[in-house]
Design a protein. Structure first.
Length: 250
């Protein structure tokens, strides 16, 4: 029982972080492994709890009007296809290649975020054809990332929506939840069909994840960029450190 409580607490924290800036998997997935779950069961159960939490956060952002629906749905469509493609790509890549890609992309994303001080003050991009095309590309590229690596997907989506599509950080975070929901749906369906999700454990951790996402989304909507931007930076630093550990110390 103490182990279950600790696991649920960590998934709660992961959901809280994920609703604000993405990257919750950097906390929840190691927690499942530490609890002794086999790799496939850990991945599947983490995906279930993460999906339920993201669904909750998406609904919360939507209810507050912080989703640009045409851009978000275009990105979601791209993310669904990109995740499927990414799952295929990873079969042909070595772990070292994936880690190298992360070590290049994370500092680049951090620089973009830190140098774009006016992100939250820019008006939302119009739903023109070029903007919709860019949203589709964002979904495809970051969805592929989700398919072959996973952690940091919501973070990269948030930065892309803000830096390339002109959304303020809060609306970018809402759109990121929607696109991330789509990229997760396909892989979760596969896990459910294969019976890899461990029930009833998944129900307990999903409840914790939902609670964390609700709190995180509520605070993000209340405090805006003052909360979202530092969390984005923190998740990027954590992701970079984790990949360095895997690449050189594991």
């Amino acid at each position: 029982m103490p182990l279950l409580v600790l696991l649920c607490l960590l998934v709660f924290v992961a959901g809280f972080v994920d609703a604000i800036a993405g990257g919750g998997g950097l906390i929840s997935l190691p927690a499942y492994f530490a609890a002794g779950l086999p790799p496939h069961a850990a991945l599947a159960t983490n995906k279930f709890s993460g999906f339920m939490g993201t669904l909750t956060a998406t609904a919360r952002y939507a209810a507050s009007g912080k989703i640009h629906w045409r851009l978000g749905l275009a990105a979601a469509l791209g993310a669904a296809g990109g995740a499927a493609a990414g799952a295929r790509i990873v079969l042909h890549l070595t772990p070292a290649a994936v880690h190298t890609a992360v070590l290049v992309l994370v500092p680049a994303a951090l620089v973009v975020l830190l140098l774009r001080d006016r992100l939250a003050r820019r008006r939302a991009a119009p739903a023109s054809r070029p903007a919709l095309a860019r949203a589709l590309v964002v979904g495809l590229v970051v969805g592929a990332w989700d398919g072959f690596f996973g952690p940091g997907t919501g973070t990269f989506l948030t930065i892309a929506f803000a830096a390339w599509l002109g959304l303020d950080l809060l609306t970018a975070a809402g759109n990121a939840r929607l696109a991330n929901l789509a990229s997760n749906a396909g892989s979760l369906a596969v896990f459910l069909a294969s019976g890899a999700v461990l029930f009833p454990l998944a129900l307990y951790t999903a409840a914790a994840g939902v609670a964390g996402n609700l709190l995180g989304a509520r605070l993000a909507l209340r405090r805006g960029e003052r909360l979202v931007k530092p969390f984005l930076v923190g998740v990027l630093v954590l992701l970079f450190a984790e990949v360095l550990r895997r690449r050189f110390l594991a």
